[in-house]
Design a protein around this ligand. Structure first.
Ligand SMILES: *Cc1c(COP(=O)(O)O)cnc(C)c1O
Length: 464
């Protein structure tokens, strides 16, 4: 399997090269040259596999430059850190509604599924090449903690994570800063998340500095993150259709921010998994809902909601979908991306819009409706939805019918967003033991001014 850039100027990459490159050198996103197809019989053959074995099979379609036994060890190590043997429990709610709990990793948000894998994968590839790397990233909360848990203690890798000082949730701050491995460096910036991101981008744009300190990125555009996420679409599909050998078509509802999670679902569908449509759930930041319902992909301001991991405007993974929408034509795609950079908007009509609507349905959920959904669902099922998952369930309610199967992906444990839960139902969700354990532990971080130079100096001094 070879990989190429959506913009067409980077080709013939191996999987390992794809992982280390992150963003393609021509500014595009990396995708497989051809999405592998799995026939009905092979899908049936996969249906009873435990999660780790299923992962080995699905990823095997995309990876041909890592020996099978090594890939098996990477996968086993990555998912043995989850708090349940099943890795991803699937809960049934009366017949045709299912919730796939993709939040049982070390930090209790779904990003663990990709970042546990990425940590072991980077470590393996770097070791083979005899290279070292220093990971640099910015976070508004969930990604940073999942990345730190993915890379802590890894030989030959240091990880520097910038977060806005005092502006991440208390649990997220604890998760990031109570890790005492010597290769983890938390930098609290006196500024906003956007400031952190700006600093990281500027440092990556200093190519000389980037090279001198072997800086690498792990943000959500890395292909291997998408790859790890494809697996649970298959897994939750099998658990929700257990007694049905006909392979029925299902709906998946996905809380969406950067379009990474749902794009993995789009690839699973292209591979042959019977998904009727993907239900894209947004909060009040509804750019993707406008894109799907009206063909209007135009930026507006980010507003704060109860589901902060979806408080995003530019969806960094959408380019991958647009590439397929433009029939894999890199020329058109490159022009459209340029147009978007200039006008901050793109519009879609006619057949393009029809195509988009044959892949997706979208519903945006307001702040008030998010709390109401958490309350209604709790009263009906005694099950506490986190605010992101509540947006997905609300979207399902909008399009529900009793003949189809609906699978919603629950992207975070409710205890990570306690304030919203208390507002909605008046009680605190039970904390998983790993969250209980870090409370009261000493926090380790360095506060720096909102300054590119200060962060560069910190990296320099740390590494010398
Ligand atoms: C990151 C995140 C999302 C959004 O996922 P994308 O891949 O960016 O669409 C949704 N919910 C939670 C809890 C997250 O951490």
């Amino acid at each position: 399997m070879k990989y190429k850039s959506t913009r067409g100027k980077v080709n013939q990459l191996s999987f390992s090269e794809t992982v280390l490159m992150g963003l393609a050198d021509d500014g595009g996103l990396i995708i497989p040259e051809k999405i592998p197809q799995i026939g009905k019989e092979d899908i049936l053959r996969l249906r009873d596999l435990p999660y780790k074995e299923l992962a080995l099979n699905i990823m095997g379609y995309f990876i041909d430059d890592i020996p099978q036994s090594d890939l098996k060890k990477i996968i086993d190590d990555s998912y043995s850190t989850f708090d349940t043997e099943e890795v991803i429990p699937v809960v049934s709610f009366g017949g045709n509604l299912f919730i796939g709990e993709i939040f049982h990793g070390p930090t209790h948000a779904f990003k663990d599924i990709a970042l546990q894998f990425l940590g072991n994968l980077f470590s393996f590839i770097l070791n083979q090449k005899g290279q070292k790397m220093n990971i640099l990233g910015a976070t508004s909360g969930d990604t940073g903690s999942a990345a730190i848990y993915g890379f802590k203690g890894k030989k030959d890798i240091n990880i520097f994570i910038l977060h806005p000082h005092g502006k991440v949730s208390p649990v997220q701050e604890l998760q990031m800063t109570t890790v005492d491995d010597k290769n983890v460096f938390n930098i609290a910036i006196e500024g906003t998340f956007d400031d952190c991101q700006f600093i990281v981008k500027s440092i990556f744009n200093d190519l000389e500095f980037k090279k001198r300190y072997s800086l690498g990125a792990i943000n959500s555009i890395n292909w291997s993150r998408v790859l790890a996420q494809i697996v649970y679409y298959f897994y939750t599909y099998f658990k929700s259709t257990k007694d049905n050998n006909e392979l029925p078509e299902v709906y998946f509802a996905v809380p969406t921010g950067n379009f990474g999670n749902i794009f993995a679902g789009f690839v699973a569908r292209k591979m042959g998994l019977p998904i009727k449509k993907l239900i894209l759930a947004t909060n009040e930041n509804n750019i993707l809902t406008r894109f799907i319902n009206n063909g209007d992909y135009s930026l507006s301001k980010v507003v704060e909601t109860y589901s902060p991991s979806m408080d995003i405007q530019i969806a960094s993974n959408l380019e991958r979908y647009l590439y397929f929408l433009y029939n894999e034509d890199s020329g058109i795609l490159s022009e459209k991306m340029k147009e978007f950079e200039k006008n901050r908007s793109l519009s879609f009509q006619g057949n393009e819009l029809k195509k988009i609507q044959s892949d997706f349905i979208s519903v945006s959920t307001s702040n008030d409706q998010t709390l109401k959904m958490i309350k209604d669902f709790y009263e009906k099922y005694s099950y506490i939805l986190d605010p992101h998952t509540a947006c997905a369930i609300n979207a399902v309610e909008n399009v529900y019918n009793s003949d189809d199967i609906f699978i919603a992906l629950a992207t975070a444990h409710p205890a990570k967003f306690e304030d919203a839960i208390v507002k909605a139902i008046g009680i605190k969700p039970e904390e998983p033991s790993r969250i209980k354990q870090i409370k009261g532990k000493p926090k380790k971080f360095t506060i720096l001014k909102n300054s590119i130079e200060d962060v560069k100096r910190f990296i320099q001094e740390t590494l010398s």
